[in-house]
Design a protein around this ligand. Structure first.
Ligand SMILES: Cc1ncc(COP(=O)(O)O)c(C=O)c1O
Length: 400
């Protein structure tokens, strides 16, 4: 029998497997399941991007290219950083990877040694601790509060730092909470990182998805010193509805980017060349389709907030999300109640029973380190969203 490595055995099995299986089974049986579990925009990739990929194929751009990315795309990424974040990077500081996920894995591989601690504000995107553990790191969670909008304070960060801390994973706008840190809050966090020379992996995948006139602020903007300490991750998946194309990128100090580029050259080599031409069109082309998508998300968010405000009287609560396309619905008031003689004991039970009873799929908060909530994605049509919320209310009211 093949003996598995310690590092791969540290990866947890998917917590939502049972739910996905049940949901697929229901759909196969012809039932209409409303899915609040989706982690990607429900929009097609804009036409100009698709055309750029077709053109790349027609022109025969189907060969290997430089492992860390097409020079033209790296240049376009630098232009994007300048345009959107007022950050100056050179192409030699950029690595193009297979999605933001791959960029995160590369960053952790480059910085985290066996036994190092990595600070992760909780609730967190579930991949972070898995990647950290894979490389022998120890996730250290900082519990944020609903009162503080699920945001970690500088004081909390300071208190979590030890001599073993090697990295902070910072995610604004945040999946799963939708929290967006303000410039002031980010400056306070950056000051702590500067003081401790702490590396920050800043995951800014949802940069474009912010609402109420907010503007995303990157921690790397705070000062040259924090920029030097930051590995900035972004990509085209969420901003341009390109999740399946698999393209993300990172920017870092030159030696870090160089080391990551070498690692990638032996691991995966270049991202699919055609995808890179598509991403070039996304970053440099017409931004109107993206703006329309953001507008649609903003409208759904408005509606979601309006409906959920009306549900407070039934014991449902939430923290107003300012970015991404998720909201954490607080459902713990219903724990301990029963349906058909079966008690709901936590967010997993809640989500499983909600699916069985009302054919609504949502992600249990326990997956993100917060068992009091379920995460609702609003990457679904307005009609489905409203119908789904109605069903959630009905489910809650049926719990006795
Ligand atoms: C917070 C966060 N970071 C990174 C990613 C990875 O994005 P990609 O699909 O580009 O790998 C996701 C995807 O769900 C995400 O939610």
């Amino acid at each position: 029998m093949i003996k598995l490595t310690k590092r791969i055995s540290r990866i947890s099995p998917s917590m939502t497997l049972a739910m996905s299986a049940k949901s697929a089974e229901m759909k196969a049986a012809g039932e209409k399941v409303i899915n609040f579990g989706v982690g990607e925009p429900d929009f097609n990739t804009p036409e100009n991007i698709i055309q750029a990929a077709k053109d790349a194929m027609d022109k025969g751009y189907t060969k290997y290219v430089a492992a860390a990315g097409l020079p033209a795309l790296k240049k376009a990424v630098c232009d994007k950083f300048k345009r959107d974040n007022n950050l100056d990077y050179k192409p030699s500081q950029i690595v193009i990877s297979n999605g933001g996920k791959h960029a995160i894995l590369n960053a952790v591989a480059a910085v985290v040694e066996e036994g190092d601690e990595v600070i992760i504000p909780s609730p967190y995107w579930l991949t972070y601790p898995e990647v950290v553990r894979f490389f022998g790191g120890v996730p250290v969670y900082v519990e944020t509060t609903r009162e503080n909008g699920f945001k970690m304070t500088a004081e909390q960060l300071e208190a979590a730092i030890t001599d073993k801390t090697a990295m902070l994973i910072f995610n604004s706008p945040c999946n799963p909470t939708g929290a967006v840190y303000s410039e002031e809050e980010i400056k306070a966090i950056a000051a702590v990182c500067e003081k401790h020379e702490l590396c920050v992996l800043s995951d800014e995948m949802y940069e474009k998805l912010v609402y109420d006139g907010l503007k995303h602020y990157s921690i790397a903007e705070v000062s040259p010193k924090i920029k030097e300490l930051t590995i900035l991750v972004n990509g085209v998946s969420k901003s341009y509805a390109m999740t399946g194309w698999r393209l993300g990128y990172l920017a870092a100090a030159e030696p870090v980017a160089k080391a990551i580029g070498s690692f990638q050259s032996h691991a995966t080599s270049n991202v699919n060349t055609i995808t890179q031409y598509a991403a070039l069109a996304a970053l440099e082309g017409d931004q109107t389709p993206m703006a329309e998508m953001v507008k649609a998300f903003a409208d759904r968010r408005e509606k979601m907030i309006e409906v959920l405000d009306g549900y407070k009287q039934f014991g449902l609560d939430y923290v107003k999300p300012e970015g991404a396309f998720y909201v954490m619905l607080v459902v713990d008031k219903f724990f301990g109640k029963s349906l058909n003689g079966k008690k709901v004991e936590g967010s997993m039970d809640f989500a499983m029973d909600l699916l069985a009873e009302q054919k609504v799929a949502a992600t249990p908060g326990i997956c993100f380190g917060d068992d009091s909530c379920i995460r609702l994605s609003y990457a679904l049509s307005m009609e489905e969203m409203v119908e789904g919320l109605e069903r959630i209310k009905a489910f809650c009211l049926s719990l006795k």
